[in-house]
Design a protein around this ligand. Structure first.
Ligand SMILES: [Zn+2]
Length: 412
């Protein structure tokens, strides 16, 4: 496949009139006037900007079915009164259409890889593969459902080595998992060389309870159990001490910032400026669409940046360049995959149609991406395969109808 005459951003510089040659699942060459010897498909890139695929580093994709179902509540009552009762009714069929709905949305927002923790992971993996996205998937584990551990282990065995699906281990949080369960997660991650995905220090209540119960913050507690490492993807990390920040940096933990979800649930504002200053790898996630309420990582970028500026009373506390790095390179580092818009990288990328009022005048590209993007991704490619071209995604009308039906069944 050859993308002709496109603009692209490389190491902060805008390059115009370049061709991108994709063979198999890799970008093999970026240059001028490239010829496609194999005469594969050509995509005209004139008037468009190629960007590397974005990583949504924390979500629960099937929860797109719960969009708008329960708003304006704090985390614990939201979970206990609304979300958990609805989740008890979920079937594999619901997950299938919920995941496909989430994939549609992410493809439209230029997300090519996502990190998920939820139920029915085989269904999630199959639906994700059918949609063509790349994903890190963990079957959620907590103490009230002891059988989930064995299910998670067999899921890992089945999917390890897949081209698009990277299985991971997903202990839900320290307030739903015992020490024994957390140790099991650590050992399973070590044994299989896979990631751990957890919610960590999301609310003031979680932090205070941990200190009261154990004399340790949630981060110190996980450290005492040996869970802090570069394999850990810790979502939220809103409530942190200076010592916690040092621990996260020293242990090379990946922190996933989810500002819209944190603000919507009034959980607080993560100290991202201090995490960045300490050298922590901070990534970006939308969380589930039921606490966001969309999967738009461009909106998340803008929110993260303007939020941090105000939390610190310093407009330079998070710049356009900072947030673009967080949504791309830091996400790639967390996955450990060869992602990015470069020769030799996996062919995961999107094209943005620049002929939009909100992207005109076309000058400071990082500023446009961080602060002005509301729409415009018209082509998304993952693993060398075109998932959306000129705004069209095969099967979209059916997915929308089926997702609506599943929502009505669940809430009836
Ligand atoms: Zn979450």
């Amino acid at each position: 496949m050859l993308i002709k005459d496109v603009s692209l951003l490389q190491s902060g510089h805008l390059l115009k009139g370049r061709d991108i040659l994709i063979q198999g699942n890799r970008i093999v060459k970026i240059g001028r006037d490239l010829k496609d010897e194999d005469k594969y498909d050509t995509i005209q890139g004139h008037g468009k900007l190629a960007i590397p695929g974005l990583v949504n580093a924390h979500t629960h994709l099937a929860m797109t079915l719960f969009r708008g179902y329960a708003d304006d509540m704090a985390l614990m009552p939201w979970l206990q009164e609304k979300i958990w009762p609805l989740e008890a009714k979920l079937t594999a069929e619901d997950i299938h259409w919920g995941v496909k709905l989430g994939c549609l949305e992410m493809i439209r927002f230029g997300i090519t890889c996502y990190n998920d923790m939820y139920y029915f992971m085989d269904e999630t993996a199959k639906a994700t593969k059918q949609m063509g996205l790349r994903a890190f998937l963990s079957g959620v584990v907590f103490d009230s459902r002891p059988e989930f551990k064995a299910e998670a282990e067999s899921f890992i065995k089945r999917w390890k080595g897949d081209e698009l699906i990277c299985p991971a281990v997903g202990p839900h949080a320290i307030y739903t998992c015992s020490e024994e369960t957390l140790a099991w997660a650590r050992d399973t991650s070590e044994k299989n060389g896979i990631k751990i995905h957890i919610h960590l220090s999301e609310t003031r209540g979680e932090f205070d309870d941990s200190v009261k119960k154990r004399g340790k913050s949630p981060v110190q507690y996980l450290d005492s159990l040996g869970l802090l490492s570069s394999r850990l993807l810790a979502a939220h990390c809103v409530w942190l001490t200076e010592n916690d920040i040092r621990l996260l940096a020293n242990r090379r933990v990946n922190v996933i910032h989810c500002p819209v979800s944190n603000l919507k649930l009034a959980a607080g504002i993560a100290p991202v400026d201090r995490l960045m200053a300490a050298g922590v790898n901070v990534c970006l996630g939308t969380d589930g669409a039921s606490s966001n309420n969309n999967l738009d990582l461009f909106e998340e970028m803008k929110m993260a940046a303007i939020l941090q500026k105000n939390a610190c009373s310093r407009p330079e506390a998070m710049t356009a360049k900072d947030i673009w790095t967080i949504a791309t390179e830091n996400g790639y580092q967390a996955t450990g995959l060869a992602l990015g818009l470069a020769e030799g990288a996996l062919a995961d990328l999107s094209l943005i149609d620049l002929r939009k009022p909100w992207l005109t005048p076309f000058s400071n590209i990082l500023s446009l991406l961080a602060y002005s993007m509301v729409d415009g991704v018209d082509t998304t490619i993952v693993n060398g395969k075109v998932l959306m071209k000129d705004g069209k995604i095969p099967g979209e009308p059916e997915i929308l109808v089926r997702a609506q039906e599943r929502f009505e069944r669940l809430t009836s």
